[in-house]
Design a protein around this ligand. Structure first.
Ligand code: ZN
Length: 377
């Protein structure tokens, strides 16, 4: 990974490049920043720059044999230690360590260098367990780093989430972190220093990774996710400088689009009394699962409330954008003091019944009929 692929963080990048160019390479460094700020991508870019055969003034060349292998995460002098646990294929008696999961790790990190701990566990299908950096992992690390570098000047170990390392593993690594073999660099990548074992923490030079500035986050969303500027800006402001949080918000935004379509379809047809069309659609709605049905009903309440605010002329209180706003404005005459309480009651009733595992077909059929009556009141 090159520095130019890391979102924002220009000051920090310049500082990191400068320390390498001046030959001030600390043998143990702690890239420390909240989830999604880019602490892992920065460590990768640092490692690539360090071993690049043709370093530029601000970035690695990206094309030398070292860069080539670094980018594919297959450089023989680049090692990883990340939290893992037993899975279906790597059972507990095999003493799971990172090496067993390298193909998955490379793929996950290539797909998204801003991957979160939860993303990683989802890849391993161990969502219900926590990963660990075990004492067996520590032993492997010592073995690997005691070899000479194969191809490049530096051997680099990226240890992701030292928070997941227990005392036994930390103790085993202590001496190595303190006095590593020559030309060996430890890059520890952490999110919460309070949960890292103190003896390790005190031996690493901190590299503080701040939240990503909102403008850079917005630009990244426009470039990488092809979002229009307004939407990108809105998500960037809500993301608190974390690209992974922005991606999560984007995800729920796309669900919202679906709910918006459902809501408008439901209201139009309920008002027009097109119950055949509604019943037709019901087949689909019954199949999406209770979680999404519940989320849809919550979304419907939200949009209904905002439409009612338009009806009351309280426009400043309305927080909607784009097509939601246009729809709520047009829909607002139909949501008024005569029916709003009853409409809410119907949605809440459905929400309760779905939550209690009622039959969705019956629940929604009843709701459509009642909403139709109320809208025509
Ligand atoms: Zn290079």
């Amino acid at each position: 990974m090159q520095f130019r692929s890391v979102i924002g963080q220009h000051e920090l990048k310049a500082k990191l490049v400068q320390t390498i160019r001046e030959g001030r390479i600390s043998h143990a460094q702690l890239f420390w920043g909240a989830e999604g700020t880019g602490n892992l991508p920065l460590a990768l870019a640092y490692a690539q720059y360090l071993n690049c055969a043709d370093r530029g003034e601000t970035d690695s060349c990206g094309v030398c044999p070292s860069c080539n292998k670094m980018q594919k995460l297959i450089h023989p002098d680049l090692h990883f230690a990340v939290p893992v646990n037993s899975t279906k294929s790597v059972t507990a008696d095999k003493k799971p360590v990172t090496d067993y999961f390298l193909p998955q790790w490379r793929r996950a990190l290539t797909d998204n260098p801003y991957l979160t701990e939860a993303d990683w566990y989802a890849t391993l299908e161990i969502e219900n367990k926590q990963g660990r950096i075990s004492v067996h992992e520590a032993t492997r690390i010592i073995e690997k780093l005691n070899f000479k570098a194969f191809e490049s000047e530096y051997k680099i170990l990226i240890l992701w989430l030292p928070e997941r390392m227990g005392a036994e593993a930390a103790n085993r690594l202590l001496k190595l972190v303190e006095e590593p073999p020559e030309k060996t660099v430890f890059l520890l990548v952490c999110e919460d220093t309070n949960r890292v074992i103190k003896t390790i923490l005190s031996r690493a030079m901190p590299v503080r990774v701040p939240p990503i500035a909102a403008d850079y986050l917005r630009d990244a969303l426009m470039e990488r996710r092809q979002l229009p500027e307004a939407q990108a800006g809105k998500i960037a402001r809500l993301s608190e400088g974390s690209y992974s949080r922005a991606l999560a918000l984007l995800q729920s935004d796309s669900e919202k689009n679906e709910y918006f379509e459902w809501f408008t379809f439901m209201m139009r047809n309920a008002y027009a009394g097109n119950f055949l069309d509604l019943l037709d659609w019901l087949g689909e709605l019954s199949k999406v699962g209770r979680e999404r049905q519940k989320n849809f009903l919550l979304y419907a309440e939200h949009l209904l409330r905002e439409s009612f605010m338009f009806n009351r002329g309280a426009e400043s209180a309305v927080y909607l954008m784009g097509e939601e706003e246009q729809f709520a404005r047009k829909f607002s005459p139909f949501v008024n003091e005569r029916n709003i309480d009853e409409l809410f009651k119907q949605l809440n009733l459905a929400l309760g019944h779905i939550g209690q595992n009622g039959n969705p077909t019956m629940i929604f059929t009843d709701m459509f009929l009642q909403i139709g009556k109320l809208l025509r009141k």
